[in-house]
Write a protein that binds this ligand. Structure first.
Ligand SMILES: [Zn+2]
Length: 405
């Protein structure tokens, strides 16, 4: 019996390898699949036949493959199923549907009223998940699972928020609430880890096995990929870049420490500080006393990019601190790439060159090329797309394999 169970697990594992290779390359011949996965031809053929019968995979046009042999190319059936990504953040909810080929087929975002209790936020998140399921049903693509991501320390085994300083959450079993509503496999993950997965599977870090992602916002998150796997650390709290102390005498942080990076350049702090600076500003400015009171982060970005002197300096301050942290992460991890995300594309366009200058100045002057610093491919949508992408990994684990077979 044991041997049969093991054989079943090996076959599931090999099926997952084949599906993943096809997600990465879109179309491959059987010979290419064997080369890509390291499996032998007969194993590939047998699994492919099964997957075709299950409508998970299709044969496409007859043509020569890249190895030069004529044959039918294989591709995944995009409508076989989709996964749902849900991002619960401080001031918004986001949702996405990712089809079986990793294509984003639907996205939505809605603001959250400030000051809602965790229970109310969860209720809104569940309603948003229901909306995503309806969208999948409308497209006649069965939902296969749900990934929920939050800007918090997450116990992934329990699916619980251990501590979410910016959410104001502590010890909340997110998984239980979703499980009570949906009969689908569900996972809970940190938002920045999910963003790193999105970049690795679908974005700017495809084929990059060692990289660090920093994601800015109200909080500053991080995800570290080592040899193609998320580095989680002892308790799953690795890569909390936002809680690196940059000003030991600085402001109290929600995490219990003092002077963390996010108390210096987190969006909320930048907004508060910019309002104060503008109130005492003697230079000409587009802002009236009334508009200063209602100023938000996007207004500061826009004004900074339009050369408003106060706002421009604030954007440079963000870049300066990110540059210092990037140089330290470069020394610690010697990554192939560092990705900056979480910000809008237009802000990233401004930040990246500035970060490069600071990071270069404060990096070890070796003969190796400078750090490869790239903007996130998905900008503010990385985390929610990563949430949905992670579900496919979750599904390929043997315990859930009945959901895709
Ligand atoms: Zn902190």
């Amino acid at each position: 019996m044991q041997a049969t169970a093991d054989q079943f697990t090996v076959r599931q594992h090999n099926s997952a390898l084949i599906v993943r290779a096809l997600r990465q390359h879109q179309t491959l011949s059987r010979a290419e699949l064997a080369a890509e996965t390291g499996l032998n031809r007969s194993t590939v053929s047998s699994i492919v036949n099964d997957l075709i019968q299950q409508h998970m995979m299709e044969e496409t046009t007859y043509q020569s493959d890249r190895i030069g042999r004529p044959g039918l190319l294989l591709t995944l059936n995009p409508s076989y199923g989709c996964t749902i990504g849900i991002e619960v953040n401080v001031d918004y909810l986001a949702a996405t549907l990712l089809d079986f080929t990793y294509r984003v087929i639907w996205q939505a975002r809605t603001p959250l009223t400030p000051g809602l209790s965790p229970a109310d936020v969860i209720m809104n998140g569940i309603a948003f998940t229901q909306e995503a399921i309806q969208e999948a049903q409308y497209r006649r693509i069965p939902p296969l699972g749900i990934g929920v991501v939050l800007p918090a320390l997450i116990d992934t085994h329990r699916g619980a928020v251990t501590l979410g300083p910016n959410l104001g959450w502590q010890n909340i079993s997110v998984l239980k609430y979703w499980q009570a509503q949906f009969d689908l496999p569900i996972l809970v993950e940190n938002d920045a880890n999910a963003a790193a997965v999105a970049e690795h599977y679908l974005g700017n870090a495809r084929n990059v096995e060692n990289f660090v992602l920093i994601t800015g916002g109200v909080g500053i998150g991080g995800g570290i990929m080592v040899d193609g796997k998320l580095m989680r650390g002892q308790n799953g709290y690795a890569a909390e870049v936002g809680h690196m102390v940059v000003d030991p005498e600085g402001q109290q942080c929600g995490c219990g420490s003092q002077g963390c990076l996010e108390t210096v350049i987190g969006n909320t702090i930048i907004v508060e500080e910019t309002r104060q600076l503008l109130r005492t500003n003697k230079q000409p400015s587009r802002f009236t006393a009334e508009s200063i009171d209602t100023l938000n982060f996007d207004d500061i970005v826009q004004a900074g990019l339009d050369n408003d002197p106060v706002c421009r300096l604030q954007l440079q301050k963000i870049a300066y601190h990110l540059g210092l942290v990037v140089s330290q992460l470069g020394s610690l991890f010697n990554p192939e790439m560092i990705i900056i995300g979480g910000y809008s594309h237009c802000l990233l366009k401004f930040l990246i060159p500035e970060i490069k200058i600071v990071a270069q100045k404060h990096s070890m002057q070796t003969n190796s090329p400078p750090l490869n610093i790239q903007p996130s491919h998905f900008g503010v949508n990385s985390s929610v797309i990563g949430a949905a992408a992670l579900v496919y990994d979750h599904l390929s684990q043997p315990v859930f394999s009945n959901h895709i077979n």
